[in-house]
Design a protein around this ligand. Structure first.
Ligand code: DAH
Length: 342
């Protein structure tokens, strides 16, 4: 039979090696060692087997083991408490903080609005490439080499012979579509364009346009005017439009599109520079040469085209005074714009 010393040694080992995972194993520890029916209490009864002269040593050792068990219990419950307060910090029932939902870029919102308006009139969306060749960006659009209209549209050329470039206008998609699709057709083409421009509050070397093209039989200038009017009314709530004679190589006749100032109702303000009118783009009847370039018979078909700068429309619509805001990725700016569309 084991001696009382051995039994205490064994008891100490048991106490030391007891592992606590959770609240209920802490309670198991208490029941096993410290309760009235626990091993510490029981160990006191071993005294009956101890010879008189050893009783004092027994008492010392019994006390030591008891203290060991109590200390361990305190340590373990402190440990459990701190664990509990750790988990208490996370109240699983609390509603979570709202997830930040990104907003659309204002130019995308405006693009969507414009597409919505023109799709009501039956225009389909067509996209064209940003890297273009000379034919689609210039020559096909009746702007051959050495044409003075090229001066206003210097861009980033990609090859030494100037045959590939970053497109200067979405009008290039007109040629792509007319070459590959059957007429009649009615398209709008939004997208990014590039020019060799000094960056300022009003101009950027990278910007966006949206182009419209309608080719059919017997298209008239009044169809063009009505389309532009519908757009101005839907987009800005303008009551009047004005087509001012202008020049573009690919339309004849050509015009600048002005809409009545929707900010001051033509009383005169900063936006319309006291004129009552704001310019939003260019337009005209498709030059027959453009149709010929795309192997379409101009005696049978004709059409109109128009082009607008998206930044210009967005700046008017939201009254933004510096085009560079669109490029700064500043959330204080971007988060102000909310899309009406999903
Ligand atoms: N492409 C012209 C520009 O960037 C804008 C334009 C004018 C487009 C008249 C057209 C148009 O389709 O008919 O300045």
């Amino acid at each position: 039979m084991a001696s009382w010393q051995e039994k205490f040694k064994h008891l100490k080992e048991e106490i030391n090696s007891f592992k606590i995972e959770n609240q209920s194993s802490l309670e198991e520890f208490r029941l096993k060692f410290l309760s009235t029916k626990g091993l510490i209490k029981e160990s006191m009864s071993w005294i009956s087997e101890v010879p008189k002269e050893e009783k004092k040593n027994f008492g010392l050792l019994a006390n030591e083991v008891k203290q060991l068990a109590e200390r361990k219990f305190q340590e373990l419950s402190a440990q459990m408490n701190s664990k509990q307060t750790d988990t208490k910090r996370y109240d699983m029932t609390m509603p979570s903080s709202p997830a930040l939902i990104a907003t659309r870029h204002p130019l995308k919102i405006i693009e969507q609005k414009i597409i919505r308006i023109f799709s009501q009139l039956g225009f389909a969306v067509q996209l064209g490439p940003e890297i273009e060749d000379d034919w689609h960006n210039f020559t096909g659009l009746n702007t051959p080499k050495d044409h003075p209209a090229r001066d206003m549209q210097d861009t980033f050329y990609l090859t030494q012979d100037l045959s590939y470039l970053l497109r200067t206008q979405t009008s290039s998609t007109q040629i792509r579509v007319l070459e590959t699709q059957d007429v009649p057709l009615k398209i709008i083409t939004p997208g990014r364009v590039y020019r060799n421009e000094t960056i300022s509050a009003r101009a950027h070397c990278t910007f966006h346009q949206i182009e419209g093209l309608y080719v059919d039989r017997q298209v008239s200038m009044s169809d063009l005017k009505q389309t532009v009017y519908f757009f101005a009314k839907q987009m800005f709530g303008s009551d009047q439009i004005r087509l001012r004679p202008s020049y573009f190589p690919f339309t004849e006749p050509s015009a600048e599109i002005d809409i009545s100032c929707f900010i001051c109702a033509q009383k005169g303000c900063n936006v319309c520079k006291k004129s009552g009118w704001v310019e939003i783009g260019g337009c005209g009847m498709v030059d027959p040469q453009v149709l010929i370039n795309c192997k379409i018979n101009p005696d049978e078909f004709n059409g109109y085209a128009f082009g607008m700068g998206l930044e210009r429309i967005a700046m008017l619509y939201y009254q933004i005074n510096d085009i560079r805001h669109f490029w700064h990725s500043d959330l204080r700016f971007l988060s102000q714009f909310k899309s009406e569309f999903p």
